[in-house]
Design a protein around this ligand. Structure first.
Ligand code: ZN
Length: 433
């Protein structure tokens, strides 16, 4: 088994249980795993990290990768108009090549801005899985299940059957890839877009496959009032009463969740993803910090059509500062809190052995150069603060996923950046012509 040594790291942000920061230590990676942290270690290949901050790769817990092709297409609209009048009609025109190059552009952006793992919901998920494999990123891939009829007035049984068939096809496709980095997820779009039967069937598949159940819930105030009107229950209560809430459920947004519902989420160990930039841009709202904190929420960008990038550094900063403003208390959320959201909390939600730098963890690691302008002056005591509030994704220097170096000195080694940008532009020009 070949080994890789990150030699003499200036700082290591471990994110271990004591949130230790180590100085001038080596990290030995054997295969896809961190095997040892110490001094004077030896490896087959060595990377000098004496001028690097080494930290766990960021985990984007909610995204729709292929929508990178729709960047800047439908800004400044209400969510309901954004989705039904702009996004869904253009997506209906998507060809396989659009999904491919939208996804390649997304994964390139992720690797270059320090994201080592993502949780995706979209269609043509086999193409997305292949793209993730090509670039070498870790990903959870879910096909977005919807059985709402085209008039939005009821649910369509035939559609439900074909949607479930497609999700099983994606499961089989991912199995056939034999790639431990690519994992099948079940992804019913939302309680308003899926019948009760589909929500329950999807849960059955997720449980049988030990797969995450990835769903949008209570993103807008209107979604909650519509649910109360239609079903007599708020969305979280509805899912709870259906017996769906569980530790494999990853709920994106959870903006409009009341105290009773937070208790339900906590009691059932349901996972939540905060998507602050998307929630602000679509004016959806701000979830209460006490809920996010208690439940150890993760962090997601949502798609580049509502963010409009996949730069998790931006979402970390936004997650902290918007909560401070929201409750009028600047001491409420710390830089360490949001770094946890983007690393260990995301890993725990996906149940992967990552998000921390310690022996036996997956070697999903990023480095930043200590000489980058925006993070200086740099000291041990302002290190975490500068990572969260001052750094940008463009400061990421190297990206290692599953023990393999995917980016070195900001150059991605597995794909041609020029080709990806050129192809994405070609597809975008055809789509919008
Ligand atoms: Zn979303």
């Amino acid at each position: 088994m070949s080994s890789l040594l990150l030699k003499n790291a200036r700082y290591i942000i471990t994110q271990n249980s004591g949130r230790e920061v180590l100085e001038n230590k080596d990290i030995l990676i054997e295969g896809n795993t961190i095997s040892e942290i110490g001094e004077h270690l030896k490896g087959d290949e060595e990377i000098d990290c004496s001028r690097n901050i080494v930290m766990p790769g960021l985990i984007n817990l909610h995204t729709h990768s292929a929508m990178n092709l729709l960047k800047g297409y439908s800004d400044d609209l209400k969510l309901v108009d954004w989705l039904s009048k702009k996004v869904w009609p253009i997506e209906a025109k998507f060809q396989p090549e659009d999904v491919k190059w939208g996804s390649m552009l997304a994964f390139l952006e992720m690797v270059k801005t320090g994201t080592t793992c993502f949780n995706d919901m979209y269609f043509s998920s086999d193409i997305i899985a292949k793209c993730a494999q090509t670039i070498g990123i870790r990903g959870f891939i879910g096909y977005g299940l919807i059985d709402l009829n085209k008039y939005g007035s009821g649910f369509d049984e035939e559609k439900r059957k074909s949607e479930l068939k497609e999700t099983l096809r994606i499961r089989d496709f991912i199995r056939s890839m034999h790639d431990s980095k690519i994992t099948f997820a079940v992804a019913p779009h939302a309680p308003y877009a899926c019948s009760e039967e589909l929500l329950l069937k999807a849960k059955e598949i997720a449980d049988n496959e030990h797969a995450p159940y990835h769903i949008h819930v209570s993103e807008t105030k209107k979604e909650v009032s519509d649910s109360v009107e239609q079903f007599g229950k708020r969305p979280v209560v509805r899912l709870h009463d259906m017996g769906i809430l569980d530790s494999n459920v990853i709920m994106a947004h959870a903006v409009w969740v009341n105290d009773t519902e937070w208790q339900m989420l906590k009691g059932t160990k349901t996972k939540v993803v905060n998507c602050p930039v998307s929630n602000l841009k679509l004016a959806s709202g701000i979830p209460p910090w006490h809920g996010l904190k208690e439940i150890h929420a993760g962090l997601g960008t949502d798609s580049a059509a509502s963010n409009n990038n996949l730069n998790m550094f931006e979402d970390m900063k936004m997650a902290a500062i918007i909560q401070k403003l929201s409750v009028g208390d600047a001491s409420l959320v710390t830089a360490q809190d949001v770094l946890d959201m983007a690393t260990c909390n995301g890993a725990d939600a996906l149940r992967i052995n990552a998000g921390r730098i310690e022996p036996d963890k997956l070697a999903d690691i990023i480095t930043l150069n200590v000489n980058q302008l925006m993070i200086n002056p740099l000291r041990r005591d302002n290190l975490i603060s500068n990572i969260v509030y001052s750094a940008s994704g463009a400061d990421v220097h190297d990206t290692i996923i599953d023990g393999k170096v995917l980016m070195r000195y900001r150059k991605v080694l597995t794909v041609s950046q020029d080709e990806v940008i050129q192809k994405a532009n070609e597809r975008s020009n055809i789509l919008f012509s």
